[in-house]
Design a protein around this ligand. Sequence first.
Ligand code: PGA
Length: 255
Amino acid sequence: MKKFLIAGNWKMNKTVAEAVAFAEEIKAKGLRNPEEVVVLAPFTQISALNAALEGSGISVGAQNVHFEQSGAFTGEISVGMLKELEVAYCIVGHSERREYFGETDRTVNMKLKTLLEAGITPILCVGEDINVREARGEQTFVAGQIIADFEGIPASEVSKIVIAYEPIWAIGTGKTATPDQAEEMCAFIRGVIGGIYDNNTADNTLILYGGSMKPGNAAELLAKRDINGGLIGGASLQADDLAAIADAAADLKAD
Ligand code: PGA
């Protein structure tokens, strides 16, 4: 049966009180597959969210981590600090971090290794911008990111990494990739993983789509063969919307 991961990326939103209120709301929905849902929250909310979601099956994750274990990195958060808060997932290389905070494939690669060593599941983001897409360079671009980001990571670790394909032109723009465009790239990414490693590893790797996913378009995106879920920004801020997307995934499993 297909495995899904419905991951809400809250970005820089919500106070602790708002996060706890969200937790109460989503718990009340009685999700059918809560273990396939994760909320990726700002650091300040993680502790309270984990407490509020305890026993619900829903996981809590972070949006970033430093690749070093400790040291003189003012303003950064280490993997040990995330482990202490029982963080299950952590986003790596989101396009906003690549664009605004100087994240490179090299730092992404180091962060992936740091998280794997700590037993936290990375959610690695890749995806092209509109110029690359218009020049039809998206496959070359994304393959380049995958090859660089997975450098030195052994096959046995690969399926512990979740990959999220997020075309930058679809993030926060309301302009979703069509289900066929999303599927084409997710299948391509699976092929790249199969090429670097092997088909079994590729088949066992979760590949998500992200970029303006919402209740109205989730079902047709999630129905695609190579799409194992979503990384959802704007629509994850409302418990109703995130629950509706999780429901769409649960419906597909029940079919
Ligand atoms: P969006 O964001 O759903 O608001 O487009 C997705 C993301 O950036 O992860």
